[in-house]
Design a protein around this ligand. Structure first.
Ligand SMILES: [Zn+2]
Length: 86
């Protein structure tokens, strides 16, 4: 009985984690195409993500797009390659 309960708990945790990851991926794909898109936080849904581009490395075409929630502090970073036309 207690084993079954523990199993259910860990399964539930896994599902929650996977859903949050999927939300980040979905938000990231929208914001990589349009950094001004209003995307609600994948974690708390209580605020729109703030987007900030930061260059990294020696290649000027590479940048990091930082996504951050001003409400709960959730963060994620997308690694991007700038389009050559820019
Ligand atoms: Zn949040």
């Amino acid at each position: 009985m207690s084993l079954a309960a523990r199993y259910l708990t860990s399964e539930h945790g896994k599902v929650q984690m996977k859903k949050e990851t999927e939300n980040w991926i979905r938000s990231g794909s929208v914001l990589s195409a349009d950094p001004s898109a209003k995307i609600s936080c994948p974690v708390c849904r209580g605020a729109n993500l703030e987007v900030r581009d930061v260059r990294y490395g020696k290649n000027p075409e590479l940048l990091e797009r930082h996504l951050a929630c001003p409400k709960c502090g959730a963060k994620n970073i997308l690694h991007m390659k700038r389009p050559l036309s820019e």
